[in-house]
Write a protein that binds this ligand. Structure first.
Ligand SMILES: C=CC1=C(C)c2cc3[nH]c(cc4nc(cc5[nH]c(cc1n2)c(C)c5CCC(=O)O)C(CCC(=O)O)=C4C)c(C)c3C=C
Ligand SMILES: [Fe+2]
Length: 420
């Protein structure tokens, strides 16, 4: 998207037009319509910038954007100083890119023509698109390489193997993860590509995953989206408006573990293949019984409206529970897990077809929480053992990461308190 002069907002900012003049230019841009009076392709709300600095990292309670590019890196340098420098460089680039600027100060075309550009350029004409970049540190980072073994939080456990797991090691784990979310997939891909480029020689990409169509709402202002089985997903999620619940279930509090994690949270990722063609042959009544919710409105089978509380005691004419014992929502419900909740922030994925005519598709499940030992692990153990949904899904990749608190200002960097 371009300004009246034909120079993009990202380019303007990337070329260093800052301060009052830059702000005025951006302000003018933000309010303008395209020639002919049509609305911009991205509204400012969808295309605007999410603040990078704050007590918590952005991209967790931020209203879930439409697109994901998730990456897990292996650290290949063994020098602690090089890793710290990389985190500093990444933080500076992330602070810039999330505000719609280029990854480096010169941008795709403003530097020395004899040197590779400090930004790859494919987001040159695009608005910030609510890009957020969220970092996490995996258990393997806390081995002997960087002197971090005694700084590993007890809550950052290796996940146990769950019944039915079919994990592929090459797309599981990772020393460091970065979740890029944006309302434009090209902006998310650009951000991860540039972080990987900056990390050359110090990290290598272990795996990455594209996701589209968020499968959760993280704000009451958002409509509940649908997953690839056609059901509303994210109804009973933690929402950013529930501040007390976030303190109880999401953010690491003082005394929970090492001080460097206070204000942070833990992320569990699971790539879950969904057997779409088998599901599509299941009768509607069976699909609804599996989730315990109706397909049209997402209401519990004991209620009428989406946000009605399920009644697990209610029985039908046959004397059986209306919401089946092996239904997904009964097994995952907080009442079964001592009140434990998750902030789910997953995305649909389709990686093409599998060569046998079936979609290679599913849910890239991501859930943030205060302590995976008390939240994800017991919930998933229950689901893995009893969930009727298991006939239609397969967990193929897994990861757990400690996501540090937010970067407070330009002097701070991702994970500073861990390394100092
Ligand atoms: C271990 C955690 C969970 C995994 C893994 C998981 C996989 C998974 N879920 C769906 C679809 C739905 N899940 C729903 C609710 C729900 N799911 C979990 C946890 C996991 N799901 C929780 C904690 C809840 C909320 C339970 C409650 O409090 O009522 C729903 C219902 C709508 C909603 O509340 O979001 C759907 C639909 C799929 C397809 C899937 C794996 C592919
Ligand atoms: Fe679920």
């Amino acid at each position: 998207m371009s300004t009246a002069t034909g120079i993009s907002r990202r380019r303007l900012l990337g070329l260093g037009v800052a301060g009052a003049a830059g702000a005025a230019a951006v302000g003018a841009f933000a309010g303008r319509t395209l020639p002919g009076g049509s609305a911009p392709a991205h509204t400012e709300a969808a295309g605007g910038a999410v603040p990078f600095y704050g007590r918590h990292q952005a991209g967790i309670t931020t209203p879930a954007q439409d697109h994901l590019h998730f990456v897990a890196f292996d650290v290949i340098t063994e020098k602690r100083g090089e890793l710290v420098e990389l985190l500093q460089e990444w933080t500076a680039a992330a602070a810039r890119m999330t505000q719609g600027k280029s990854a480096g100060p010169f941008g795709p075309v403003g530097g020395d023509p004899q040197a590779p550009p400090d930004d790859t350029g494919e987001a040159l004409d695009l608005p910030p698109s609510q890009l957020t970049l969220t970092i996490g540190f995996g258990p393997s980072l806390f081995d002997e390489r960087f002197g971090l073994a005694d700084r590993r939080p007890p809550a950052l456990v290796d996940l146990p193997s769950f019944p039915g797991d079919a994990l592929i090691p090459e797309i599981s784990g990772g020393d460091i993860c970065v979740q890029a979310c944006a309302n434009d997939p090209q902006v998310a891909v650009h951000a991860i590509r540039n972080l990987a480029r900056i990390g050359f020689g110090r990290v290598s990409v272990r795996y990455s995953q594209l996701g589209f169509g968020r499968t959760s709402s993280t704000s009451y202002a958002q409509e509940t989206p649908r997953n690839l089985f056609g059901f509303k997903d994210g109804t009973a999620n933690l929402k950013l408006e529930d501040a007390a619940m976030l303190d109880e279930h999401l953010w690491v509090a003082p005394g929970d573990g090492p001080g460097w994690m206070t204000g942070g949270t833990y992320l569990v990722v699971r790539k879950i293949r969904m057997h779409i063609e088998t599901w599509d042959r299941a009768p509607l009544a069976e699909q609804e019984a599996i989730f315990g919710r109706d397909k049209a409105r997402g209401a519990p089978l004991t209620g009428r409206d989406e946000f009605d509380e399920p009644d697990f005691t209610k029985t039908g004419a046959d004397g059986k529970p209306v919401i089946a014992e092996n239904s997904h929502v009964r097994l995952a419900h907080p009442s079964r897990h001592g009140g434990a909740r998750l902030l789910r922030r997953g995305y649909n994925y389709v990686d093409g077809s599998d060569g046998l005519g079936r979609l290679d598709a599913g849910l890239f499940f991501m859930a943030y929480q205060r302590d995976p030992r008390k939240q994800f692990i017991p919930i998933q153990m229950e689901l893995a053992r009893h969930d009727a949904l298991n006939e239609y899904i397969k967990h193929v990749s897994s990861g757990v990461f400690a996501c540090p608190p937010g970067v407070t200002d330009a002097g701070d960097f991702w994970g500073r308190a861990l390394f100092t």
